[in-house]
Design a protein around this ligand. Sequence first.
Ligand code: RTP
Ligand code: MG
Length: 137
Amino acid sequence: MGYTLCIIKPDAVSKGYTGKIMDDCIQAGFVIHGIRKVQLTEDQAKSFYKVHEHKPFFRPLIEFMTSGPSVALVLEKEDAVDAFRDIIGKTDAREAEEGSIRHKYGEDNRRNAVHGSDSPENAKKEIAFFFANIDLI
Ligand code: RTP
Ligand code: MG
């Protein structure tokens, strides 16, 4: 079994989609092992998205991610990283496949409802970023 980190981003939390997205995860066969609501600070958001620090969209991304509460989830499933990226859809919600989480709850290429880890190594680091000493059941 593998784990991935999902962040329900501020756009989706503020629109009341937290429960729907969690239910979509469960219906898709993920087990939720950790859940934490958090408003990222500027420093936390910059650290989380450090790989993008030289991209033109970095500043607006940080402003967006600190604009309100997010909900971090630890999800478990076989090949969790790829399986979760399959159900969230393309980065730009306007291009995301019909029925995908970003298609249903996102707006564009920034306000795209959810984050999903992009590799098992990054998933491990990202889970540790939000959950100290989590007991993965
Ligand atoms: P994520 O890391 O959030 O799961 O998204 P992703 O892998 O699909 O996309 P990535 O390239 O890692 O981008 C991270 C987040 O930055 C915002 N973004 N804005 N052109 C833009 O304005 C732009 N491109 C990306 C999105 O919120 C994206 O999820
Ligand atoms: Mg990414």
